[in-house]
Design a protein around this ligand. Sequence first.
Ligand code: B12
Length: 598
Amino acid sequence: MKIVIMTIPLRNATGGTPFGSLAIIQSLREAGYDPYFLDVDTLRHTFPEVVGFFEQYKPDVIGISAVVSTSYAYTRDISHALRKILPNVRIVIGGNLCASAEVLLRSCQVDACVLAEGEYIIRDLLAYYALHSRILENYTALKGIKGLVFLDEDGEVFNTGYARQLSPEEIRTPDMSIIEEFSNIEKIISPKPCGFITSDPRSLEPHRAGKREGIVFASKGCINRCTFCHRWDKGMRTLSPEKVLEQISYLQQHHNVGFFRFADECFGAHKKKTAELVAELKKLDILWTVGGVRVDTVDTETLQTWKDAGCTAVNYGIESGSPTILVQMEKNISLEQNFRGIDDLANTGLDSVLQLVIGMPAESPDTIKETGRLIHYFINKTRRAVVSINFAQALPGTPLYEYDRAIGLIGHGWREEEAYLIRVFNKNAADHSALTNHTQYSLISLRCWMYLLYQEVERAKKLYLGAPQVPTGCALFYAIWLHSSGAVVRLVKRALKPVAPEFIAAAEIPFNEADIGRSPLLYPFRAYLNFLIVLRDLYRLEGAAKTLGHLWEHIGKSFHGLLREQQPAIDLRKTVGGISQLPSSRSEASMEPLRRGR
Ligand code: B12
């Protein structure tokens, strides 16, 4: 049987190791198959190149790895193109996009969606495909394979239920030689370490010169279920130190990697196993950073042992400075714990990024102010000023997505859901251009909040880290630019050049919205300026008519806001439980477990 596993291009640039595809290929090899790997994400083949490859290769089965829900449009288009040239090929999709199984099955050319970890499900499916053609489907047999969603004999969505989750021992060590054979490892391993490693003076030690940076993982899943996060794994599993060391040692020996990034979502939650791993890492004299850490799973002492073992940075998912929002997120972390987590960082001097999510349904000017205070605390305490702010993006399989469906922001039918998936295709959560406003405030307010918080970052940098002020000329010029067309700006420049050259020189310093925070002149007027900036952004993005519509919404909601009370702190999962409708068809009932997440 000829099989191809393919990745799809995520975002505009290559984005890391395709661990999901490697796991599937390894499992298939163990079972005696010899799949081809088409790593479109890394190699960035054009669409015609991909189609051309399949036309020539003519596989029997294509497994598409769609690991994020923002990958829908490409998945749909490629599935249609492949069906056209290979009418009988079996097309299977795996990855988080399968939380939208009904859309995939009804609108794409897909035979089956594989739920969660596909290592063993794909084997069962291939065994079935070996015996049955697309024309003569045996639904009784298909329904016996766990972990699948497909359209049954009546055209209804049929979900066979989640398959058994892998034990930590069954999670495969990624075989990077597959990348070497089919893809391009040079595009996956970075020639230089990232800023979170170079911020540590140890990165300059002579014996690390020329070392490269690679990605590894020590665990899968998370101990918590935040209401904006898609959980496809049940709970969390931590690998044995041996499995982690295997990944590290391969990259060290074959690719001169000396700096490592752990792509875990919840590094360190299993304390004993992590302590064992950290003790081993210490012996290796490498430098490493960790992706996701919960503040309630660490303390100063633990972080210090990590630092001593080569850790340079930990990235907490702090998310918000508002107790109301933390409850709505079901973060199971209090604001006090967040502050304590920041203290732990400060005590150890580890680098970090403050990761925030704004725009949950209960977000308001008050909760944004609370988050602003947290930003000040973080920057003042840690002396670090990297803050990453994302909008809460509704991902299928999360309470936030279900909330949006229930209140009509997404809609109930699969066609409306498809329209939403197309809207968020390839969009990062920080992207202003595909925003869904889940809050009770206007879209203009939501967009202003993002600028407001970045201005607090700049303000805090000025106050506590001594970042330079923004020159008055620059600030004034920016204000003029905001209010006028390019022609007026040019006129002002020409008029002022002979009389105030310093003003023009200052004005030409690159300046962005966030810098208002460092301008003593503009900072007091930031609310007003942000409003203008956002109107300008919306006008550029959507034109005059729609901008006027947003303005109208803003006026209406501001008026109502005078009467509105602060929303109570309620976990969004509970809110959704109270407002979502019961499934009214077999297809809807099949989708139910996917909507709930795990
Ligand atoms: C590394 C990573 C990335 C990397 C690259 C991902 C990649 N190439 O795999 C980058 C940086 C690109 C990335 C980006 C984003 N990511 Co990301 N990312 C991850 C992370 C941390 C690790 C992925 C990984 O390697 N997992 C380990 C492997 C083994 O698991 P896996 O990929 O899930 O594969 C298994 C199954 O999915 C399935 N499977 C996968 N492929 C196939 C194929 C077939 C044929 C079959 C049968 C089965 C199958 O079997 C695999 C083995 O068990 C995960 C969290 C996590 N730990 O999973 C988040 C995660 C995948 N990302 C997530 C999100 C939301 C995003 C963004 C959309 C965030 C955003 N809005 O900005 C962006 C994409 C934005 C955009 N513009 O489109 C979510 C996905 C949720 C969802 N429903 O979309 C996750 C799960 C984190 C989370 N819990 O919220 N991400």
